[in-house]
Design a protein around this ligand. Structure first.
Ligand SMILES: O=C(O)c1ccccc1NCC(=O)[C@H](O)[C@H](O)COP(=O)(O)O
Length: 215
């Protein structure tokens, strides 16, 4: 079995090169100033230029307004927008229509009933990402990238009529179990390939990608 990998929160050329040469299918740039991984459009543009055609350049946004999205897309040719805030289906549809870019909605899970949130996005977004709910104290400051997993069994045996990926507390050591339990076709990782929040370790990026390739 092979799974696609997204390396999220890249902010240096060394980390981008490790992701690209290691075989990432997606790379993620965080455009959310409170995050230790945040980049400005001007910082992101040269990083995006290191990414060959075929690897999906993803921009992570948290409840961004149109002016912010327009300013990012003016500088950075993104292929996919990751909506990591409280974007409604209507807002996701409006972003897609206005900017003509694919969108991936993040749904934060804690228990099986949280999956009810999927249905309103079907037929609207291009892809889903299932992540852990942030701790209450981080909800308004860092709504993702907290190295937290959720109960993967919530996803066991489920299928979805659109592409999706799994995130939250993944590491090279737990990815095999995560895929075995959830059947995830793609994985998204940030903290697990860092030495500290915002400090990506190229060796850890390579190790994660190698472990995913070995599944
Ligand atoms: O990375 C951030 O700082 C961040 C800030 C605000 C919203 C989301 C953020 N990150 C999300 C991700 O990097 C991933 O999609 C996912 O949450 C995986 O995170 P991790 O558990 O750190 O691997």
């Amino acid at each position: 079995m092979s799974v696609d990998v997204k390396i999220c929160g890249i902010s240096t050329p060394a980390a981008m090169s490790a992701a690209v040469t290691g075989g990432a299918a997606f790379v993620g740039l965080v455009f959310y100033p409170p995050s230790p991984r945040s980049v400005t459009p001007e910082q992101a543009a040269p990083l995006a230029a290191l990414v060959p055609e075929g690897i999906v350049k993803t921009g992570l946004l948290v409840d961004a307004d149109d002016a912010t999205i327009a300013a990012i897309l003016k500088e950075v040719p993104l292929d996919l927008l990751q909506l990591h805030g409280s974007e409604t289906p209507e807002r996701a549809a409006a972003i897609k229509a206005r900017f003509g870019v694919r969108v991936m909605k993040v749904l934060k899970l804690h228990q099986e009933s949280d999956l009810a949130a999927v249905e309103p996005y079907l037929g609207v977004v291009d892809r889903l990402l299932f992540d852990a709910k942030p701790p209450a104290e981080m909800k308004n400051t860092l709504p993702g990238g907290n190295a937290l997993s959720f109960d993967w069994s919530i996803l066991a045996g489920k299928t979805w009529p659109l592409p999706w990926m799994l995130a939250g507390g993944l590491t090279a050591d737990n990815l095999a179990e995560a895929v075995a339990v959830t059947g995830a076709p793609a994985l998204d990782i940030s903290s697990g390939v860092e030495d500290a929040p915002g400090r990506k370790n190229p060796e850890k990026i390579r190790a994660f990608l190698a472990a995913a390739k070995a599944l």
